[in-house]
Design a protein around this ligand. Sequence first.
Ligand code: SF4
Length: 239
Amino acid sequence: MKTEQYLYVHSFESMAALDGEGIRYGVFLTGCPLRCVYCHNPDTWTVAGAPFTPKALADKIRRYKPYFGDKGGVTFSGGEPLLSAAGINETALYLDGYGIKYALDTSGCVPLTDDVKTSVSGAEMIICDVKMWDDETYLKYTGMDMANVLDFLEFVTDSGIRLWIRTVIVPGINDSEEILDRYLTIISRFNPEKYELLGFHTMGFFKYENLGIQNPLEGRKPLDSETLYRLQSYCNTKL
Ligand code: SF4
């Protein structure tokens, strides 16, 4: 007998306007194989949090449908939501019955299992964070190389699913046009609808302290808005 997949939820966000199109209901799932040095959610790394059956989760999401309507939907984020691909797929069956679409906000770092492919194929859009610009820097700043990410992006592109790509810009790591050229070389292969830069911030620093984890970027300043604007404008002229 097939066992029901539980999904472990860190938190919900009812007006997540940035994580996809329209008003989004954000579901942040726990568990992440990466350890990005700039992570502001280290409290999502291990699988923990509130357990939901797919039906219970879909029913909770459905209660917010009057807010996000037909133009918005739910975005599964994390942590790494695709670690919970089997659970997302079961939840999606209920969501489909309720007329609710979902997006995935992922690092694309998971192996392309059948469950992952099903999750991607059923999504209205994928938002993929491309963390670093080559294997060496991926390994250095996230703990994994980028082979899975490239396979993932190729699968998304071949499937014709809408794709947005994002990168967090961290002062002293990737805040230059020269480095962005390296990202753009990779990203242009996948023809995303949008390439969005996000500024590194320090709002999650307190979580490292609370969890007793060493913060690799302790003392680092947030990215200033002028630099973010300049670098985003640079990317916009190139893609
Ligand atoms: S993928 Fe996201 S949740 Fe995981 S370590 Fe990186 S920034 Fe944090």
